[in-house]
Design a protein around this ligand. Sequence first.
Ligand SMILES: [Zn+2]
Length: 189
Amino acid sequence: MKTKSGDFVLPGDILGVTEEFVPSEWTYEEEGKIKSLVVGTVSIDQKNKKISIVPKTGTPPALEVGKPIVGEITDVRGQRASVKINKIKGEDRDLVTSFVGGIHISQAQKGYLAKLTEAFRIGDIVQGNVTKVIGLDNVDLTTADDDMGVLKAMCTNCRHYMVKIGKNEVHCLNCDRKEKRKLSANYEG
Ligand SMILES: [Zn+2]
């Protein structure tokens, strides 16, 4: 498959191979292939062998480093929590495509955290900052800042959302369970 300047592409579309081109703005590399991160048109710089995308204006917002996002914890395993990224904080429109991010245990909070399950649980809604966009399903996030972390905590016992009772503690009014979280200063319960 060959793309040329001006071609309309969607997130995940293959643009070329890394032997031929250098991935540039709004692209990412996966197994030797250069792919688009956004909806837009292809721009090829033949002289420098660079391939980039000009994002289509008026389309939903794209993910960028430094932008706060809101997502849902889908898995907490070992050193990494997985997050389905639903939207960029402060933007009404949803993302063009859903991204999958990860929070490494060292990025969850300031200071030492013994277990990642003391910061996040499946079903929690979190606010995080993007530190790196490697691909559609590979976005690095941090929740270390005070306003970052869990916005809504889901009880591991009965799946109800919980209320904040301490700096990093929540309580389930439905089943009386208490759990720990890395809570955002903007906790919504
Ligand atoms: Zn409960």
